[in-house]
Design a protein around this ligand. Structure first.
Ligand SMILES: C[S@@+](CC[C@H](N)C(=O)[O-])C[C@H]1O[C@@H](n2cnc3c(N)ncnc32)[C@H](O)[C@@H]1O
Length: 208
C-alpha cells in the first residue's frame, strides 16, 4: 500500500505588522512598570505576537493572553505553542464588555490598541473589569493613539481616526481626559502618560 502523507495542519497564526514596530518600546515601559512577579492579564491580545514576545522577556511574571474573537484566540494559541514559554498561558475567551470576567484576579492588566477599535462600551467594560480584578496599586496599562484636550496630536492620527469612524461610527480615537475620568470613577488613578513612537501613548493607571 502506498503511504499517503497526512495533510499539513493550517497555520492559524495571524500577523499584525505594527506589533513588530511597537513591541520594543512597549516592553521597555512594561519592564519598569509591572510588578516583578505575578499574573499579567492581556486583554485583546489580537494575533498573539505581543504575548509571544513579551512573556519570555518578562519571566517570572506569568502572561495570560485573551481575546473576544475565536480566530484571534486560535492565532494566539498557535504563537503560544510555538513559543513554548512556561510563563505564557494558553489564551482565554474574554470580552471586555462582559459583566463578569473569567479571571478573578490579576496583578496587572495590559490592553494594547483596543479601545479605539471597539465601541466606547469596550473601554467602559475594560476599566470596570480591571478595577474589579486588580489589587490596590495594581497597574492598568493602555497603549494606543489618544486625543488630548479634544485635539489630535498629529495629522496622521486624525486621518487614522477618520478611517476608523468610516469603518464603524462607534469606533474612534478616544480622548485621554474621557478615559482618565472614566478610570477615576472606578478607582483607577492616572499615574503616568508616556509619549511613544508614531504618536501613540502609554497610559498607566493604578488602582487606588
Ligand atoms: C487592533 S486589534 C489589537 C490586537 C493587539 N493588542 C495588537 O496590538 O496587535 C484589536 C483587538 O481587540 C479585540 N477586541 C475588540 N473588542 C473587544 C472586546 N470587547 N473585548 C476583548 N477584545 C476585544 C479584537 O478581537 C482584536 O483582536
Amino acid at each position: 500500500m502506498p503511504q499517503t502523507d497526512s495533510p499539513t495542519p493550517p497555520d492559524l497564526r495571524r500577523h499584525a505588522p505594527a506589533t513588530l514596530r511597537n513591541r520594543d518600546s512597549i516592553l521597555a515601559v512594561l519592564v519598569r512598570a509591572l510588578p516583578g512577579h505575578g499574573l499579567v492579564l492581556e486583554v485583546a491580545s489580537g494575533s498573539g505576537e505581543h504575548a509571544a514576545f513579551f512573556a519570555p522577556c518578562l519571566t517570572p511574571r506569568r502572561w495570560q493572553p485573551s481575546d473576544a474573537d475565536s480566530d484571534a484566540r486560535a492565532s494566539i494559541a498557535a504563537y503560544a505553542a510555538a513559543a513554548a514559554c512556561p510563563t505564557l498561558m494558553p489564551p482565554i475567551a474574554l470580552d471586555a464588555n462582559a459583566g463578569t470576567w473569567p479571571i478573578a484576579a490579576a496583578d496587572a492588566v495590559v490592553c494594547i490598541n483596543m479601545i479605539h477599535i471597539a465601541p466606547w462600551s469596550a473601554a467602559q467594560g475594560l476599566i470596570a473589569g480591571a478595577a474589579t480584578i486588580l489589587p490596590t496599586g495594581g497597574l492598568l496599562y493602555l497603549y494606543g493613539p489618544f486625543t488630548r484636550g479634544g485635539r489630535h496630536t498629529a495629522p496622521s492620527n486624525q486621518t487614522f481616526d477618520a478611517g476608523l469612524r468610516a469603518r464603524d461610527p462607534a469606533w474612534g480615537v478616544r480622548d485621554l481626559d474621557d478615559v482618565a475620568r472614566l478610570a477615576a470613577s472606578h478607582g483607577l488613578a492616572l499615574d503616568e502618560t508616556i509619549e511613544m513612537p508614531a504618536n501613540n501613548l502609554s497610559v498607566l493607571f493604578r488602582r487606588s
